[in-house]
Structures are given as C-alpha cells and as structure tokens.
Design a protein around this ligand. Structure first.
Ligand SMILES: NC(=O)c1ccc[n+]([C@@H]2O[C@H](COP(=O)([O-])OP(=O)(O)OC[C@H]3O[C@@H](n4cnc5c(N)ncnc54)[C@H](OP(=O)(O)O)[C@@H]3O)[C@@H](O)[C@H]2O)c1
Length: 260
C-alpha cells in the first residue's frame, strides 16, 4: 500500500473529486480526515471508507472561516496524531458572468474558499510537517488557471493564485522534507460543480446543458471528460513516495487541453 501510516486531510471530501481522493487514499492505507460544510455528505463518505476497512474522521467546517481551518487541523491531529498530507480540494466556481458583472463580494467569497482557505490550512500544517521533516501538500486547481475562458474571472484568478502559492510552498519546503504540487483537472462532468456550471452556461448561451458538456469533452485531445477516479489516481501518485523528486509542479489531468 502506498500511504501506510500516513494521515491525510482532504477538504471538500463530501462528494465529487474530494470524495474520490479520500476513498483512494484510505484504500492505500492512509487515515483520512474529511472536511466540508455538509456533515451528511462527509459522514456518508466516512461510512464508505470504514465499511471497506479504512480509517476516517470527519469535521464539519467552512474553509473560508479562520476558526474552522484551525478545527480541521486539530480534528486530524486529535483523531490520528499527526498530519502528513494536506489536499486543498474544497472549491466553488462562483459567478459565471463577465468580469464587469462580478461583485466585489462574489470575488472575495471565491478567493476566501479557493485561495485563502488553502493558504491558511497550509500555514497551519507546515510547522508540524517541518517538525517531522516530511509532508505533502496538494492543491487542486483547474485548467481554467492556464487556458482562457469567458465568465470565469474570479474562479480562474483564484486557481492561478493557488498555482503561485504552490510554487512558494515548494520553494520553502524543499529542504525541510515537504513537497507541494498542484493538479489541474479538465472537465470532470460527473460532479455537482460541473453540472451547475453547465446549467449556468446554458442560461447564458441560451443553449442546452448536455450539449455544453459534449463541447467541453470535445475540447480535449481525448474527446472525453475526466473522471473523479482519474484525478484521484494522480493525487495518489503525487502524495506517495513514488513522486519523491516531484515538487512545485502542476500536473494537468485534462485529457489534453493545456500543454505547459
Ligand atoms: N469538476 C470539474 O470539472 C473540475 C475541474 C477542475 C477543477 N475542479 C476543482 O476540483 C475541486 C472539487 O470540485 P468538484 O467538481 O468535486 O466539486 P463538488 O462536487 O461541488 O465538490 C466540492 C466539495 O467542496 C466542498 N466545499 C465547497 N465549499 C467549501 C467550503 N467553503 N468549505 C469546505 N468545503 C467546501 C463541498 O462541500 P460543501 O458544499 O458541503 O462544503 C464539496 O465537498 C474544486 O476545487 C474544483 O475547483 C473541478
């Protein structure tokens, strides 16, 4: 097993990509602390993990709230005694509108969840990771940080910011046993976020949401969406010792959309 005796925090672990990562990590031996705002969803994922013989704890928390981030790290340490892996996966798309129609409040909300929460959680776990001379931080970003799409101003900027943060985390942690990388998924059509996004785009374009999904898939070299399990596979690789020389990178798991 690739993650035996490791403790991982996965934010946004109640559904979608975070759920797939949490389940994969647990199947590889990690004890996983699952964080999100909807207790019923994290509870259900924890049950799935325990049912399969794995170890899971849950914490109901909003990563945009300072005290909640503190509670997430405390819950993981209280339950499992350490933190070796942090996956900053919790995210929202925010307003699907042109820049001039995005309010400051909407902008701030997206930044607070997608970027500030990741920053705060990293800052909270780093002293422990430096102390134990090992740790991995994985930030889930998006091809939207690299490609140019309309109506994604706050989201794209938050994810590009998270790539910048990943570089600094890698630079500061490299000689202290801590690696930091990002994963940039393309269209993972099966998740709630993706479904909502397609609904919003359909309103804007006066089109049909399933046709928009088909267009998104067609925009990849492979001509198909990615699955949550495919994102989890990349996360497992980067979190494990198989990736021991990889830090500061953004791995595109997008079926071929962006090439840098
Ligand atoms: N799906 C895609 O096509 C795609 C593509 C590229 C990147 N991504 C990225 O992948 C990540 C996961 O997305 P997904 O598609 O799996 O979305 P999803 O199905 O909507 O899941 C998002 C998860 O994040 C949690 N979350 C949202 N806001 C939170 C907050 N303030 N505090 C704590 N947890 C919060 C949600 O739970 P609660 O609402 O209960 O808090 C949920 O568990 C996101 O960062 C997203 O930007 C997705």
């Amino acid at each position: 097993m690739l993650l035996e005796r490791r403790v991982a925090i996965v934010t946004g672990a109640g559904r979608g990509i975070g759920r797939a990562i949490a389940k994969r990590f647990a199947a590889e031996g990690a004890s996983v602390a699952l964080a999100a705002r909807t207790a019923a969803e994290t509870g259900a994922v924890a049950e799935e993990i325990r049912g399969a013989g794995g170890k899971a704890a849950t914490v109901t928390a909003d990563v945009a709230q300072t005290e909640d981030c503190e509670r997430i790290v405390k819950a993981a340490r209280d339950a499992f005694g350490a933190v070796h892996i942090l996956v900053n996966n919790a995210g929202i798309y925010g307003p699907v509108r042109p820049i001039e129609k995005i309010s400051l409040q909407e902008w701030d909300e997206v930044m607070a969840v997608n970027l500030r929460g990741a920053f705060q959680l990293a800052a909270l776990v780093l002293p422990h990771m430096y102390g134990q001379k090992s740790g991995v931080i994985l930030n889930i970003v998006s091809v939207a940080a690299k490609a140019a799409y309309q109506w994604s101003g706050a989201y794209s900027a938050s994810k590009a910011g998270l790539i910048g943060l990943t570089h600094t985390l890698a630079a500061e942690g490299a000689r202290k046993g801590v690696r930091a990388n990002a994963i940039a998924p393309g269209p993972v059509l099966e998740t709630d976020m993706s479904e909502k996004l397609r609904g919003e785009l359909a309103k804007f374009r006066r089109g049909d949401s399933s046709a928009i999904g088909a267009q998104m898939a067609e925009g990849t070299l492979q001509g198909r969406p990615q699955t949550t399990d495919e994102i989890a596979s990349a996360a497992l690789f980067l979190a494990s010792d198989l990736a021991s020389a990889i830090t500061g990178q953004t791995v595109n798991v997008d079926g071929g959309i962006v090439f840098y």
